[in-house]
Design a protein. Structure first.
Length: 112
């Protein structure tokens, strides 16, 4: 199953994962955010519902994505743009795609 891990990690942690991968140890697909606040901003509830609806769906049109989450096409288009900019969705000639079959969200909340 093709899974992406969405996490909160420091630049040093991200660099370490890159160096480990460069040495030949598979790391799997990762999308990292520098803060939990940014993760929640990018993956707001409506956007997370969109990711969920597109998980394992292949390439779909924005209109089809909007239909799947029962939302206005313009609002979904705005969310799609934000998710593309964050590296979560791909834009193809045929539409948009979340190229994973599963999502693993991994972060720890610590005292301030």
């Amino acid at each position: 199953m093709k899974t992406v891990t969405i996490s909160v990690s420091t630049m040093d942690e991200t660099k370490q994962r890159f160096l480990t991968a460069f040495k030949g140890t598979r790391q799997g697909a990762h999308i990292s955010f520098p803060t939990v606040e940014l993760l929640w901003k990018v993956l707001a509830p409506n956007r997370m519902a969109l990711v969920r609806a597109l998980t394992g769906a292949g390439v779909v049109s924005i209109r089809e994505a909007a239909r799947r989450v029962n939302r206005d096409v313009r609002a979904v288009h705005s969310d799609v743009t934000a998710l593309i900019n964050a590296g979560l969705l791909n834009r193809t000639e045929e539409g948009i795609e979340f190229p994973y079959e599963a999502v693993h969200v991994d972060f720890i909340l610590k005292a301030a």
